[in-house]
Write a protein that binds this ligand. Structure first.
Ligand code: GLC
Length: 747
């Protein structure tokens, strides 16, 4: 029986494989060199190229303390190392690799997620900037610094759609919306890969985690995912396809099982879709140990079975599980894994090494002088500060609390209170690369640097980030009493979001909200600056504190960026890329929901409607929401025609005017709704946005194009279709703040 099963699997895969063997386009000369090299390689040397080990400076997963890696490198048994950084150390390891028989250079990978030496805001924060150019620039600078530090390959962008803020890794992506996430994914791949592999400062990008990792049950990291293929293709896969379209060099699979099959052993994902339908020419690296973890999943019976299922399913490189290096040779010799598959995986990996120019010069990334210059380039910090201030979201601003006018005679003392007031390391957020000498600007430092001499800054911690003690409240309240305005620096610590950091309770940690309310009760102008890697719940602050800035984790320039917004040097323009729930009980809450047959109209409970008896359905702060120090008037929505054909386009335009007293930027969002479909369709879907700067009194006309692609979805037969019928078109300042509406017909 087992033999029959195996033969059946091999037959099915052979069909899949036929469509998934690489046809990468190398130069004729490199192609010739690659073929010659492969013809010389022993089975051990081929398997070696598919084996990746971690360096010892940083563990980003459970480390296996075993065999001597340097000897294995010199024997040609290692194709890549991760978690080694710096041109000196990468040179050292590359020299080991060049002692091997065929002198095949190593690939050095590292999680350059939001910066290498200069730390940029976490990706979710950058997504809140709605500035694709700034996002691409952030990746470009990160790549430039990483390349100077000997890194060939970043394990980014993470493009997992996430609707569950209990999941700690929501910080790594672009939030809940698929269409916007595809734009961000494309920008990030372009940023990392620059003008193409082999050009200066270009490093390989890695689309991860393939796939649907953000839908883990309960928001529990690494947990199971179960969804229809239609949901998978419509909501979770498009950002990955955008990475393929952007020429992304590699993919990383994910820890989760998807519909019962672990992603690492999932031929449907990796062979049928990625390497088949999408004709992906790069290679797939497993996530840390994920091949071996298929034993724990109960999908593989042992390492040998795990290696076979990984290879058959299209996983090309084994990160840290060792099942390839321990088992593949036997599997090939026993004919359980076709040699063609092994050769395809090896060819994919070597193709990238040729494209990166490593065979021409294995040390082209080991350049200490370039490293020194790039890591101290002041333009990088300027860019980090720029995107950081654009990432800040103004959630509330009553009584014109903000911006703080430093010219005001009434302001002599500012109090900065909270456990994050003086923190530096926390400002970096998860997946930052720490350096002993890299400067991080804390809130205190950034604010102090901005204050004129006549204004005093007084500080009190008030409480710990986590913990129940209120012993510090009294001092904090006394300090606040002396001040004319109070700034609250509160939120998560750096280690409360990120991988393996799911939280069942996403309220502000500890007694911070209690502290904030005690301070707010003093009745002084009070601003809450809330930092963290995810949406959090802080309903009392939201209802009682007059001003709130969501400051995420802003990176190296955090304090300077916050100061620019607090004191009005920069008018905040951020908009939320993810919904903020009122309570964990609402999760998942997202803007593009289906209407249901018993929709709740408005906010109050109605019996026999889809509603909670104890809470509104609505997010506390919705997708696309963010305020400004000025205000904008939307008018004059125009459609170029009342209908369009399947191949046609119409344009929708509107006027937007700055009717406030400060120059500022607005992110005008275009939402569409398909009123009737062969499957139910969301109440609205983001299908366009424009971020526009307007001077006081200035007005601009914005135009958006609508075509059938923007109206398309997967029908029940999984065909990508746009169905004739009526559509709503909406322009708004957030998903809940629709300013202009109209309709059109698709013929
Ligand atoms: C981790 C993460 C992945 C990361 C890899 C290497 O487990 O899941 O995102 O790139 O290991 O650090």
């Amino acid at each position: 029986m087992k033999q029959l099963t195996f033969k059946l699997v091999a037959l099915i895969l052979f069909f899949l494989i036929g469509n998934s063997v690489v046809q990468a386009q190398l130069s004729k000369d490199n192609e010739k060199q690659l073929n010659e090299l492969m013809s010389k390689m022993t089975l051990d040397e081929k398997i070696g190229q598919l084996n990746q080990y971690t360096g010892d400076y940083l563990a980003t997963g459970p480390v296996v303390q075993d065999g001597e890696k340097v000897n294995q490198i010199m024997q040609g048994k290692v194709g890549s190392m991760l978690n080694i950084k710096g041109s000196a150390d990468t040179r050292t390891y590359q020299e080991f690799a060049l002692k091997s028989r065929l002198k095949i250079p190593l690939l050095f990978g590292l999680d350059v997620i939001h910066g290498y030496y200069t730390t940029f805001p976490i990706p979710l924060a950058e997504a809140a900037s709605w500035d694709l150019e700034a996002i691409e620039k952030s990746a470009r600078i990160s790549a430039t610094e990483a390349a100077a530090g000997g890194i060939h390959w970043t394990f980014a962008p993470m493009v997992d759609i996430a609707r569950d803020p209990r999941w700690g890794r929501v910080l790594e992506g672009a939030g809940e919306d698929t269409w916007y996430a595809t734009k961000v994914a494309f920008a990030r791949v372009h940023g990392f890969q620059g003008k193409g592999l082999g050009t200066p400062n270009a490093i390989m990008a890695c689309a991860k985690h393939f796939a649907a990792y953000g839908a883990a049950v309960g928001g529990r990291d690494y947990n199971s995912v179960d969804m229809s293929e239609r949901m998978l293709r419509e909501t979770y896969l498009p950002p990955f396809k955008a990475c393929v379209d952007a020429g992304c060099a590699t993919f990383m699979n994910s820890f989760n099982d998807l519909n019962g099959v672990p992603a690492t052993g999932n031929a449907f994902l990796q062979r049928k879709i990625l390497k088949g339908e999408w004709d992906f020419q790069g290679f797939v690296v497993s996530d840390w140990g994920s091949m071996g973890e298929m034993i724990a999943h109960g999908f593989a019976s042992n390492g040998n079975d795990a290696a076979m299922k990984s290879m058959l399913a299209g996983s090309d490189m084994d990160m840290e599980s060792r099942v390839f290096t321990n088992e593949l040779k036997k599997l090939i010799e026993e004919g359980k894994v076709p040699m063609e598959l092994l050769d395809d995986a090896v060819r994919r990996v070597l193709t990238k090494k040729f494209e990166m120019g490593l065979f021409d010069d294995p040390f082209r990334f080991c350049t200490p002088d370039v490293e020194k210059k790039e890591l101290s380039n002041p333009a990088h910090r300027t860019a980090a500060r720029d995107v950081a201030k654009k990432s800040i979201v103004l959630l509330k601003n009553e009584k014109q609390t903000l911006p703080i006018n430093l010219e005001s005679k009434e302001i002599k003392t500012i109090a900065l209170i909270g456990p994050l007031a003086q923190s530096e390391y926390d400002m970096l957020g998860a997946w930052s690369i720490s350096w002993p000498d890299s400067e991080i600007v804390s809130y205190e430092e950034g604010i102090r640097a901005r204050l004129p001499k006549n204004i005093q800054l007084v500080i009190a911690k008030g409480c710990e980030i986590n913990g129940i003690s209120t012993a510090g409240f009294a001092e904090a309240i006394e300090v606040a009493k002396k001040a004319d305005i109070v700034l609250l620096a509160i939120g998560e610590s750096i280690d409360m979001s990120g991988e393996a950091k799911s939280r069942s309770n996403i309220h502000l940690p500890g007694v911070q909200e209690q502290l904030a309310i005690e301070i707010t009760k003093l009745g002084k102008p009070t601003v809450a600056m809330i930092s963290g890697g995810r949406p959090m719940i802080f309903n009392d602050i939201a209802d009682q504190t007059p001003a709130i800035l969501y400051t995420w984790w802003l990176g190296s320039e955090a304090g300077n960026a916050v100061a620019e917004v607090l004191f009005g040097d920069y008018n905040p323009s951020g908009k939320l890329p993810i919904s903020f729930p009122r309570d964990e009980g609402q999760i998942p809450v997202y803007y593009n929901y289906f209407n249901t047959g018993r929709p709740l109209n408005g906010d109050d409970y109605e019996i026999y409607k889809s509603a909670y008896i104890d809470m509104s359905n609505k997010a506390k702060f919705p997708f696309g929401y963010g305020l400004s120090y000025t205000s904008f008037e939307y008018s004059n929505l125009q459609l170029s025609a009342p209908s369009l054909s399947q191949s046609g386009t119409i344009t929708v335009s509107c006027s937007i005017k700055n009717i406030g007293n400060k120059a500022g930027e607005e992110v005008v969002q275009l939402y569409l709704r398909d009123r009737v479909g062969s499957v139910v369709r969301p109440m609205k879907e983001l299908k366009g946005f424009q971020k526009v700067m307007l001077q006081v009194g200035e007005s601009k006309t914005l135009t958006f194009e609508i075509n059938s692609e923007k109206l398309s979805f997967y029908n029940i037969e999984l065909n990508w279709v746009a169905e004739p019928g009526m559509f709503d078109v909406m322009l708004g300042s957030s998903s809940e703040d629709i300013r202009l509406r109209s309709e059109f017909e698709l013929k």
